[in-house]
Write a protein that binds this ligand. Structure first.
Ligand SMILES: [Zn+2]
Length: 237
């Protein structure tokens, strides 16, 4: 009696039963897939930095992530990129019509030593303009004296800020400053600002002006920044 009831029940509802069986099977498959992926994702998401070492051995091999740069490296790199020398910089500086900053020196006498090696794996990043001791040093451009500074390498030095506040002209190995030159002095292109000397690491008797142009990282900064070769800018006339 009971068995015949079951048999007739199955016969009557076999499609409904089949439907539920399929539904159950599909749910079981989805659940197992979901569980399988969860642990790996949660580990990579929570650790962030060393996912490759923490994920379990069954996970497919992953590329070892590059070490994350430190905050200071990153900031310096970003500043450097933001501060990279572009054709717009060169175009602007060319429009300044820079003066050869040593009195009586012609363009044909200039030598491009910008890329020359210097001590301690440094690059020159400047040009040297030879001239007799005491020859007037001239402002290459309008601007203002942003810093008067004495250093071991540069000796007596002067930093001039361009009117755009984006570029600094650097004059080094000076014998002395011209009268009236002080920090904040406004300069006109061609003003006498100092005299050629051999101070700093120029070498005794090696009288020359070390002249550099840079794009400092911070506006109104005077030291550091990306160097720009003055040679082609001074050769334009
Ligand atoms: Zn030099």
């Amino acid at each position: 009696m009971k068995r015949s009831f079951m048999r007739s029940f199955i016969r009557r509802y076999k499609f409904v039963l089949l439907f539920w069986a399929c539904l159950f099977l599909a749910a079981a498959i989805m659940l197992s897939r979901h569980n399988g992926s969860m642990p790996r994702n949660s580990v990579t998401n929570s650790s962030g930095t060393d996912s490759a070492t923490r994920s379990n051995a069954k996970a497919p091999p992953k590329m070892e992530p590059l070490p994350a740069p430190s905050q200071s490296d990153k900031a310096a790199e970003e500043a450097d990129v933001a501060n990279a020398i572009t054709s717009a910089d060169v175009h602007y500086l060319a429009s300044r019509n820079l003066l050869i900053p040593v009195q009586g020196v012609a363009a044909s006498q200039l030598r491009d030593t910008f890329n020359q090696a210097r001590s301690e794996a440094r690059r020159h990043d400047a040009i040297d303009i030879s001239a007799p001791q005491g020859t007037p040093v001239l402002a290459a451009s309008d601007g203002s004296v942003i810093k008067l500074f004495q250093s071991d390498k540069g000796g007596v030095t002067l930093y001039e800020l361009d009117p755009s506040s984006r570029y600094v002209y650097y004059y080094a190995h000076l014998m002395r400053y011209a009268d009236g030159i002080a920090e904040g002095t406004q300069l006109r292109r061609g003003d006498v600002i100092a005299y050629v000397g051999d101070t700093g690491n120029a070498g005794a008797g090696n009288y020359h002006l070390h002249f550099a142009i840079s794009k400092p990282i911070s506006p109104h900064g005077w030291s550091g920044g990306n160097p720009i070769n003055p040679y082609p800018l001074l050769m334009r006339k």
